[in-house]
Design a protein around this ligand. Sequence first.
Ligand SMILES: *Cc1c(COP(=O)(O)O)cnc(C)c1O
Length: 372
Amino acid sequence: MTRLLTRTELTVDLGAIRRNHQILLARLDGRASLAAMVKADGYGLGATPVASALWDDGCRWFFVAHLDEGLELRGALPDDATISVLNGAMPGTEAELAEARLVPVLNSLDQVELWGAEARRRNRVLDAVLHVDTGMNRLGMPREEAGRLADEPERLDAIDVVHVMSHLASADVPGSDQSARQLKSFGQIRQHLPMGTASLANSAGVFLGLDYHFDVVRPGIALYGGTPVPGRPNPMECCTLLETPVLQVRAVGPGDTVGYGATHEVTGPARIATVEVGYADGFLRAASNRGQATIAGVAVPVVGRVSMDLVTLDVTAVPERDLHLGAPVELLGPNQPVDAVAARAGTIANEVLTDLGRRYHLTYVGRPKWEV
Ligand SMILES: *Cc1c(COP(=O)(O)O)cnc(C)c1O
């Protein structure tokens, strides 16, 4: 039976995400636990369905980047879920954070001050995570600020520091010694700020060994099937299948060109198939003349420029019977792993996933039973 597609279908396998959760847990020594990164709408796959599936699998702590992401998740998860907001308290948002029982990540003394003031206004102690910077120089308290916090503990009088974290800059860079330096620096900071539990490891950090696990690990991309350690076989399971129908097939010959700017010139008799995705759907324009898809098990190259709604593929190698209107074309899935797709567009799996189009028809499989 030939399969027919009428629209672009994105299928997210929540069962695969849960199995990835288990694969990561199996790397831990039984003492450490796992907090799931579900920022940017669960790396583009849907924060609520992903977090619900992980909750069902025993995960109790979730990190988002923004207040609004936290509020949405708070409405979707059972009350006892812990939800942390990476970007922390901004002036004027403290009450919303507190009322939704979101736990802000405090990245600076300014944020410590804001959160402490909110706690005093409420006449109670509020939970927080402290983020100390150990070399990333992006977010988190620089060494001096962490030192001042240790020397002036009254700054934390109204705050219960439930966790201290730092973030690795080069955990996925083979041969880098930055992780070892950050580990050492984090260990020193922990001596001065020993409260709560601690975490340092992202997905790649989980694979650096037990020294990096502390009490909690904070993986993101590995849960979603991206490879944690580039250059090694990917131990994670693919959880996304993106398929689009063939819209049109044409025969071309020497001298013909394909697409905007005529960037692909045909050298021999060939067939070109056009499919209904484009850069507006997150099929990156950088994949022009570099990307790849799979039709009926045959890998086919993207030829010509990716346009807003359309992509052209050289399908000369595909049997004609597999090229009818509506024939399924795999853009992401077991034959087109997200890391390979990303590499061909000069980027990383995270960007491919977070860019996935809003026009795709999205289906979840493997949903937990309790979720309606
Ligand atoms: C995004 C993020 C992570 C997860 O990183 P992955 O590489 O996707 O595993 C962990 N910690 C922090 C602070 C992050 O921002």
